[in-house]
Design a protein around this ligand. Sequence first.
Ligand SMILES: C[S@@+](CC[C@H](N)C(=O)[O-])C[C@H]1O[C@@H](n2cnc3c(N)ncnc32)[C@H](O)[C@@H]1O
Length: 317
Amino acid sequence: MLASMETIDATASWIAIAAIVYRFETRSELARTHLSMTLIPGVDSREFEFTREDFDYLRRIVTETTGIVSSEDKYTMYYSRLARRLRALGLTDFKAYRDYLQRNPESESIELVNSVTTNLTSFFRENRHFEFLRGSFIDEVKARGNRRLRIWSAGCSTGEEPYSIAMSLAEAIPDYRSWDIKILASDLDSNVVAKAASGVYDEARVDGLDPQYLKKYFHRGTGSNDGFVRVKPEILNLITFRQLNLLHSWPFSDIMDCIFCRNVVIYFDKPTKNKLVERYAQQLVPNGYLFMGHSESLYKSTDSFKLLGKTIYQKVA
Ligand SMILES: C[S@@+](CC[C@H](N)C(=O)[O-])C[C@H]1O[C@@H](n2cnc3c(N)ncnc32)[C@H](O)[C@@H]1O
């Protein structure tokens, strides 16, 4: 049973703990990466033998499937994430895993990709984009007298991004229920799409969120749901979730007002990224907006967009 959220413990302590944990994980990941470079693949003391040939084979399949290019330093990450998969399948080495992958290419390439992709995200990540959405963007839409909005969160991970979009619209448009608003949220990874569609989050994920937003847009779990929050239906219902590989065809006809594709193309090679960006231009209304991640740039990649600042791009009409 989920009760309305009355009180929120929005102290900074969780943020501090999360930051410490993040730094610790980053450091230990770096330490492991360094270690992997000093080990000779195949003769180290790992549970499973993981040769360079295994690594190259698996990362090639990931690139072919997703466009994601995995650099040399992903060796340890591949090993640690896929070792879990080997244990789950009861396999004894990576040679057996490659055989398994060849026998089950459809289903296992999805598992492989799910294992090695990075799904890091958070509510209101890179908040300047949501400020823009609530401010200039909605002002423009209202000035046009438009009450129809189509927004795509492409590479939505576990859903924090599309829910942040939906909450921003609800804040900026008091009568949003009478508007025609549809947000499409898609990701390659079927597991994260399922998690996103559930709208349920550990309370720690929403720590640091504006308490007013928590109160307005989430229910807090009680009993067996204690420690979790759930997005309220009026926000959830604005969003359609879909598993979708951005490199494949897009089975929808909506032309978008905005596309969020943040922290996704950073893993793609340049031709794949450029091609995707041109497809985004085709999928946007004239003067529509494309939001990229803070370290992603379209510099010299396209003539179809101009940079407005803060990794916000506008389609050149
Ligand atoms: C780091 S997360 C970014 C999540 C969110 N956009 C944000 O900025 O917080 C990157 C997401 O892109 C997805 N992704 C990577 N390659 C993709 C592809 N070819 N098609 C669709 N999604 C992809 C991954 O599964 C992952 O969930």
